[in-house]
Write a protein that binds this ligand. Sequence first.
Ligand SMILES: C[S@@+](CC[C@H](N)C(=O)[O-])C[C@H]1O[C@@H](n2cnc3c(N)ncnc32)[C@H](O)[C@@H]1O
Length: 419
Amino acid sequence: MHPNALLDLATDLLRQVLKLDQPADTVVSAFFRKHRTLGPRERHSLAETAYAVLRRRLLWAHLAQSGSGALERRLAILAWQGSDTFIRGALGPNELAWLSQVREVDTATLPEKVRVNLPDWLANALKVELGEEFPAFVAAMEEPAPLDLRINTLKAKRETVLDALKEAGIEAEPTPYSPLGLRVHGKPALQKLPLFVQGEVEVQDEGSQLLALMLGAKRGEMVVDFCAGAGGKTLALGASMRNTGRLYAFDVSGYRLEGLKPRLARSGLSNVYPAQIAHERDERIKRLAGKIDRVLVDAPCSGLGTLRRNPDLKWRQSPKAIDELTAKQAAILDSAARLLKPGGRLVYATCSLLSRENEDIARAFSAAHPDFEPLSAAELLATAQVEQAETLVREGMLRLWPHRHATDGFFAAAWQRKA
Ligand SMILES: C[S@@+](CC[C@H](N)C(=O)[O-])C[C@H]1O[C@@H](n2cnc3c(N)ncnc32)[C@H](O)[C@@H]1O
């Protein structure tokens, strides 16, 4: 495709993505469905350019002020993710001169807000969380998230998968904390590899693997994954139960649960019972009250721990949305806790970075439920063979950060229901 035509498409895509009324990946997928003739390289440049703009939106918007023409076109030029020679082929003499001039700007001299690329409410909250680590966090948000795999222990061992990947020309290494994880170098296509098709591995961030390990689900138990979604953690729990017992995968979204089906088929698990519930107080929950050994609440949250993958979230979330989420999180945790038998284990988890969605919810739950004893995350993780477990924990709760642990941002707290 001629550079001009591709830049026009990038401009059009950015116009849609920057409405921020839908998740960026939804907008990008719909755009590619509409433009079916685009090749893989062109898709890659368009999608990566859109994400690059979202990641550093305030910086690009600041630099774009000096140019002329459609704002989205200027943003696409500045953030272009593809060959420089190619994009220059789309520019007229004025744009070329402008681009050279903008590239001379020393970004270190720009105002802080433009350098951190976060809305004020979020930057302020994260400064409180992180103190002097805030700049390291900001820098980490500009790095791509790694590609991690979880070994399906029903079907394979980490060493054999590592060898098979090597044979396929894919480099990987064991993840530093999860005993079930591999971190793959680069972004190779894995979907067609026999070990993926046959369910020996699943793509799962190392942090997500650690949450499932904290639940410690065992053979023959009754376990509930209360907010199962497309089942990332369900699959890990089912394997940890050695495909025995009963694992209920609940979610209010039938659409998300549908996504679990092909993954379940690959995994070889037959102990999983997916069920759509109407809300957290559904009849089904009442029927199972007091009967369950372990419950994971992977609560709906702001998702801010996944900003490297979903940079649009920082512009789409708001303090008001967080207020609504925290009310929901508390209600779900409260209801899910009723499921537990005496002696049973409850884990509350999010992929949020904000204490409002994390420690505050956990502390309020502890205060309102003296019959639930808080458990030490470090001890639970160490028991699950997690290396350096104590470095993953703050005040007894799991707290993972992209800049510290190279995982997505995650939180988890655990309790035991008193006998
Ligand atoms: C963080 S996502 C779950 C991700 C999933 N556990 C995984 O590992 O792939 C949160 C899920 O909670 C679901 N959810 C929202 N409200 C709920 C409720 N009241 N009861 C149960 N699930 C709910 C959402 O549909 C969403 O799938």
